[in-house]
Design a protein. Structure first.
Ligand SMILES: Cc1cc2nc3c(=O)[nH]c(=O)nc-3n(C[C@H](O)[C@H](O)[C@H](O)COP(=O)(O)OP(=O)(O)OC[C@H]3O[C@@H](n4cnc5c(N)ncnc54)[C@H](O)[C@@H]3O)c2cc1C
Length: 476
């Protein structure tokens, strides 16, 4: 292996001012939202797409590990440079163009999700995937993690909106998967292989995204329930009525309390201490009118209390409070195992009862919230890092959680991906043949193991590693 300094020298010769080797730049690129930190040797902020290919070609020549980075909002450690080497920060490539006639967005990888939303909406179009980190996270990161969000149940996730991708193989060769057409059946679908590949199989530089017409009417209802099991049972009854809410967010009573204390705003006034389901319908006036009648009939027979949002502004405020949920949990502990599992709907009540047992037996706070229309729940196991008994209880609890999720036919991640945090559980989800098939793909595309080494397949126990004490813009 060549010395990193020779590789760095070549890097600077070819990419000039795009390369940063100062301590501060390297420190800032050393962690993501997981707050695990590993220092890279250099950070490259490409000014043009071709720079990405040059970095990868050099990395292959000198066998330098490369970690691609959007905004670093991932909670799994997927963007930390575990093996050092080079970090490629794509936030400088952020052009967006909307084709208002055909309903497509042409976005560079570093464009933020919120910027794509705003650009599309300005032309009467809608890009539904909306992770709660939307103001910060990039479309490149969304594609790499197959990000979801509150709209997943009705509209789907990032994968459902990607028509084509351009970028570089780990070897530095330029490729394009798909075109700006809504159909494409020409050859293996490697576009979908890149989606959700967490920066291990290639670097996305450009995406063509499908847009849908902006729904003209929205209607929001707050519902409160006696307890969590009743709430989850009620959700199934709602879907059985053929209602497809654009948003159907569940907050257990602990999440409600955290969000209210963190924001100073009430989720559902007069319903303190109760779990809630927040529902939003979207579509044409006719469609929303029909579904609204069904939802109100459902609320009357299942909810302890319900109320319509008074105005669009009140509804938006509700969603803003909901988006603060994740950060708000830190009043219950200084450490969190944040698990974004997915559960088959038929197992909702069994899962709610399991969570009650897990809370009781672990003696840890485990606030849970999430997207009921697609079964994607965020289970937050909160503990104190300095308390060994709580650390052990958290480790045990996460293991039991994952085993239960898989035994119920669910997924260990519904939207965040594996990164480092979920590596101890990958083999619960996938049998040896499945893992071997994934590794074979990785080796075929990245024979020298350049891109994001150490992630997804090697077991890394996050709870045993120190975190940096840093406040990120999206932290509460
Ligand atoms: C407060 C908060 C709320 C969140 N809410 C949600 C949510 O509702 N739904 C959800 O799905 N996620 C959510 N997340 C997780 C996170 O925001 C998403 O996974 C997001 O897609 C990451 O985007 P990013 O630009 O920050 O990527 P990064 O964190 O920088 O990178 C994530 C992964 O993508 C890879 N990557 C980044 N860019 C590229 C590229 N151009 N080409 C190839 N690989 C690349 C990286 O190597 C890494 O493996 C949340 C996070 C926070 C902090």
């Amino acid at each position: 292996m060549a010395s990193p300094s020779r590789a760095n020298l070549q890097l600077k010769r070819q990419l000039g001012a795009a390369v940063r080797t100062g301590r501060r730049a390297r420190w800032e690129a050393s962690f993501d939202s997981s707050k695990l930190s590993f220092l890279p040797d250099a950070v490259i902020k490409p000014r043009q797409v071709a720079d990405v290919g040059k970095v990868l070609a050099l990395a292959n020549r000198f066998r330098v590990p490369v970690t691609v980075r959007g905004r670093g909002t991932t909670l799994t450690g997927a963007a930390v440079p575990l093996r050092g080497g080079w970090v490629v920060d794509l936030t400088g490539l952020r052009r967006i163009r909307i084709d208002a006639e055909t309903g497509m967005a042409f976005a560079q990888a570093g464009a933020t999700n919120a910027a794509i939303h705003a650009a599309a909406e300005a032309k009467g179009w809608f890009y539904p995937p909306d992770p709660s980190s939307n103001e910060y996270c990039t479309i490149g990161g969304n594609i790499a993690c197959n990000a979801g969000g509150m709209h997943g149940g009705k509209y789907g996730v990032t994968r459902d909106y990607v028509l084509a991708l351009k970028g570089f193989l780990p070897t530095g060769e330029w490729v394009q998967w798909g075109t700006a057409t809504k159909k494409f059946s020409a050859g293996f679908n490697l576009r979908d292989l890149w989606i959700g590949s967490e920066g291990l199989l290639g670097v996305v530089t450009d995406a063509v995204l499908k847009l849908i017409p902006l729904p003209p009417v929205r209607w929001t209802l707050l519902t409160a329930f006696a307890d969590e099991v009743t709430a989850l049972r009620a959700a199934r009854a709602l879907f059985a009525r053929r209602v497809q809410p654009a948003i159907c967010e569940f907050l257990d009573r602990y999440s409600v309390q955290c969000a209210e204390r963190a924001t100073g705003k009430q989720v559902f006034a007069g319903q303190a201490g109760r779990p809630v389901i927040l529902i939003e319908l979207a579509g044409s006036a006719h469609e929303v009118g029909d579904q609204k009648r069904e939802v109100l009939a459902w609320a009357r027979s299942h909810a302890a209390a319900f109320r319509e949002a008074r105005s669009r502004a009140a509804a938006e405020q509700l969603w803003a409070v909901r988006r603060k949920c994740s950060g708000a949990m830190f009043e219950l502990g200084d450490a969190k195992l944040n698990e974004d599992i997915a559960i088959p709907m038929r197992q909702y009540e069994r899962f709610a009862r399991f969570l009650e047992r897990l809370r009781r037996e672990s003696r840890l706070p485990i606030p849970t919230f999430g997207h009921l229309a697609d079964g994607n729940l965020h289970v937050n196991i909160m503990y104190h890092r300095e308390n060994p008994a709580e650390c052990r209880a958290a480790e045990c609890a996460v293991q039991r959680l994952m085993e239960t999720v898989v035994s119920l036919g669910g997924a260990i991640s519904g939207e965040h991906g594996i990164g480092l945090a979920k590596t101890p559980f990958l083999r619960l989800q996938h049998n040896p043949a499945q893992v071997r098939a994934m590794l074979a793909v990785k080796h075929a595309l990245d024979p020298k193991g350049i891109l994001n080494p150490g992630k997804m397949f090697e077991v890394f126990q996050v709870w045993k590693h120190p975190r940096v004490d840093v406040h990120l813009p999206w932290d509460h």
